[in-house]
Design a protein around this ligand. Structure first.
Ligand code: SF4
Length: 360
């Protein structure tokens, strides 16, 4: 039986919210505790305290008669693409990755690439529908298509942690690497919950101040803590900063972000990606090619070992992986595809220095 919600005047949004509360598309969650009649969700850093019959800030986890119901058994989108298109460069270069996404998000970034699903419950978009699927079918599809990695992305995968973990457990048992493509606005509980079945934590570090993060609906400190904790737990971590005019586009800001990462580890690959105008920032200018390149150079000078620039036509050389010891180019990329690799057993083919990553 569907779990009924009162319909509001905003029909598309209400209809999608109601559909996503169908018991066939949800299950009882793991990541919460009960506080009287209310439930404390710990799947993301908001730690929502959810009253009976209400939903958390993400819109997809809700208190149904004292039980937290959470997304399960569907995907909103799935695509087979090279792993590099998820801005993951140190994991099985050139591998195919089946990437799936769900609905909802804990943040509300005005430039989201995937707002049709991530913000659908806020904006009322109804042009995509959830597709019921089992974990078994999803993993079999990945294997049949030659994927070597399964990624959860497009919206924030931690708000569907129970489903993602279930899929990843089966994927790992079948030899696939598993990757969370996350906003990193997470909790220790959620990271510990995901770690046994997850290899990669690819994080967006979107801004350098709490004030900037507040505009996106989140907080900076949990993201920084999440990056450090994920490293300590043994996830392979890569970090992306989308360089967005008006949010984080000046050199001082980017230098600070690079400094945060170096303080955690200079070996964390840091991707500075150019912004393409879309969604609520559709009228903005794209990232100027003069912005990420000097920021990448400065990060190298300060000690970062792997800094990449993407989505900036004038800066194709910074898509390659170089040995941090002898500077030999070891992995060449073009347009988010690996076009040549000379790594030998995870080490430089020239000087034998080991390179961090999940290469095989
Ligand atoms: S995932 Fe985050 S936003 Fe959603 S209910 Fe849980 S704490 Fe709230």
């Amino acid at each position: 039986m569907p779990l009924r919600l009162p319909l509001t005047q905003e029909q598309p949004r209400a209809a999608l919210a109601q559909r996503l509360r169908d018991e066939l598309l949800t299950t009882a969650g793991d990541l919460y505790t009960a506080e009287d009649e209310r439930l404390r969700c710990v799947a993301c850093a908001h730690r929502c305290l959810i009253a009976r019959d209400a939903a958390g800030a993400c819109g997809v986890r809700f208190n149904h008669s004292g039980v937290l119901r959470v997304p399960f058994g569907y995907v909103a989108r799935r695509y087979l693409r090279a792993i590099e298109t998820n801005t993951v460069f140190h994991v099985r270069p050139g591998a195919r990755a089946l990437t799936f996404g769900m609905y909802g998000c804990d943040l509300r970034c005005p430039y989201c690439h995937n707002h049709r699903i991530s913000q659908a419950l806020r904006d009322g978009a109804d042009d995509e529908q959830p597709c019921s699927i089992s974990a078994q079918a999803l993993v079999e599809e990945a294997l049949a298509q030659g994927a070597r990695v399964l990624c959860a992305a497009y919206n924030e995968p931690m708000i569907s942690a129970e489903w993602t973990r279930h899929v990843f457990e089966l994927a790992r048992a079948n030899g696939l690497r598993t990757a969370l493509i996350s906003d990193g606005h997470t909790t220790p509980e959620a990271l510990r919950y995901m770690r046994p079945h997850t290899d990669v934590f690819r994080v967006d570090l979107k801004a350098h101040t709490e004030a900037s993060y507040k505009k996106l609906g989140g907080r900076l400190q949990p993201v920084l803590d999440g990056i450090a904790r994920a490293r300590a737990l043994g996830f392979w971590v890569e970090v992306v900063t989308l360089v967005v005019p008006g949010i984080n586009h000046d050199q001082r800001t980017l230098a600070e972000v690079g400094g945060y990462l170096r303080d955690i580890s200079p070996e964390i690959p840091w991707h500075l990606n150019g912004f393409v105008p879309r969604y609520r920032l559709a009228a903005s200018q794209p990232t100027c090619s003069l912005l990420p390149t000097p920021a990448a150079g400065a990060a190298y000078v300060e000690g970062s070992k792997f800094v990449y620039v993407g989505n900036v036509a004038a800066c194709k050389e910074l898509a390659h992986t170089r040995c941090p010891e002898c500077h030999t180019v070891l992995i060449r990329r073009h347009d988010y595809r690996t076009i040549g690799a000379t790594l030998r057993d995870g080490a430089c083919s020239s000087c034998a220095a080991p390179l961090p990553g999940l290469w095989t």
